[in-house]
Design a protein around this ligand. Structure first.
Ligand code: DCT
Ligand code: MG
Length: 399
């Protein structure tokens, strides 16, 4: 193989975290430089990752491998490729040869083999194979519908279906409310939204919330808070300066949106929040705050919205996905940190807390297992400080 033990044991080549290169924006073409004595951490929460990805050719390939491993419930393989992807996203330059990877964490033989393939042939044969796989294509298509998860997609695949037409023609399949909305607004939702559209939605949500509770705090979170230009949805955290006053707020917001004629779909989940419960370090578990998943009409007179449709029907709006979550103000910082993402950043924050600090972190709290106390925090900075981590700004969390 290309990677010998002597290479692995040799001088650790260190890739400079991109925040240390002031002009990294202008340096898209530079090869990674082994010039900093600081080793890159295996934890995404100790790396600074902006939205600029110099290694898209590799990370795009890995995303396919991650999805394929997810479909096959291969958790270990999935995690390995997610960690490798995240490390590559944090680099200040493009990887030009396998030597550039020396000393980097989370890059095992499998990931390196894929990268070698790409460096040599411009693409990975393994990825090409997956992309043309019948099952992968069907699951990818079915899970692209809002409300359709891996299990449902697998069920439809096993019934022999490969297209939406085939699924929708089967009268024995009963779609739930979310899936019905998913099919109804499929093309709109698939398109996602850009920054300008997210800003217009922010104004709509803010205005609506403030007619109910004038001093409510509306915070844009998720990918747009991390500075992304596009997102599959827009995420907001709503809370009130007065503890407990956020209760019932989401119900009122939903009613107001309906009254405005822009509510297309809503799934309102009541709070199952229990102060006495310890934080769970498992990231995949949803948090217990009151929340709602919405599909809203974004009107084209408010922003330049692409309302074109395949059937060419005239419309002056487009359907967009919006998530609202309403934690009590006492837990706002934890909710904000959790909902800002990225998912890999959150996973590694929790892993770091557990393995390096003997603490449990989730979207509600931080628990110190040694001292047996929950550590309170009003800001994200305080949570990083509790964890003994350098503060990483939201736009550096695109891990
Ligand atoms: N999140 C969470 N618990 C989960 C799932 C997600 O706390 N079980 C957090 C992590 C990211 C954040 O919520 C927003 O989720 P998404 O909207 O799915 O991610 P995004 O980063 O905003 O990506 P996109 O731009 O595609 O919306
Ligand atoms: Mg989002």
């Amino acid at each position: 193989t290309w990677f010998t033990d002597s290479m692995a044991a040799g001088r650790p080549v260190v890739v400079e975290p991109r925040h240390r290169i002031p002009e990294y924006n202008q340096q898209k073409e530079v090869c990674v430089e082994p010039s900093s004595p600081q080793r890159l951490s295996q934890y995404a929460c100790q790396r600074r990752t902006t939205t600029i990805n110099h290694n898209k050719i590799f990370t795009d390939a890995f995303e396919v491998l991650i999805e394929h491993a997810e479909f096959n419930e291969n958790e270990g393989r999935c995690l390995a490729f997610m960690r490798a992807t995240s490390v590559l996203k944090s680099l200040s330059g493009a990887v030009r040869c396998l030597w550039d990877l020396e000393g980097l964490p989370c890059l095992g033989d499998q990931t390196k083999a894929v990268m070698e393939d790409i460096l040599e042939c411009g693409k990975s044969s393994k990825v090409q194979e997956i992309l043309s796989d019948d099952k992968y294509q069907a699951l990818k298509l079915f899970t692209s519908v809002f409300g359709v998860g891996r299990k449902t997609a697998e069920k439809w695949y096993r019934k022999g279906y490969r297209t939406f037409e085939e699924v929708l023609a089967d009268s024995s399949i009963s779609l739930n409310k979310m899936q019905k909305a998913g099919f109804l607004y499929y093309n709109d939702i698939l398109k996602g939204l850009n920054r300008a559209e997210a800003d217009v939605l922010s104004q709509i949500i803010e205005k609506t919330v403030h007619t109910i509770v004038p001093d409510a705090i509306v915070t844009l979170t998720g990918g747009f808070r991390r500075g992304k230009e596009y997102g599959h949805d827009v995420d907001f955290i709503l809370t009130t300066p007065e503890q407990g006053k956020q209760e019932g707020l989401l119900g009122c917001v939903i009613n107001k949106l309906r009254y405005q004629g822009i509510l297309l779909y809503h799934d309102h989940q009541q709070s199952t929040f229990d102060f006495k419960k310890l934080p769970s370090w498992k990231f995949e578990a949803m948090d217990h705050y009151e929340k709602c998943f919405l599909v809203l009409k974004l009107k084209s007179d408010l922003v330049e919205v692409d309302t074109r449709r395949d059937d060419a029907a005239e419309r002056d709006w487009r359907a967009v996905r919006v998530d609202l979550v309403a934690p009590p103000i006492s837990h706002f910082a934890f909710a904000l940190l959790g909902w800002t993402g990225s998912r890999q950043f959150e996973r590694d924050l929790r892993r770091f807390a557990r393995h390096e600090r003997k603490m449990l972190l989730d979207n509600h709290a931080l628990y110190d297992k040694t001292k047996k106390v929950c550590l309170s925090a009003k800001t994200e900075e305080e949570i990083f400080a509790h964890l003994g981590l350098e503060y990483i700004a939201p736009w550096e969390r695109n891990a």
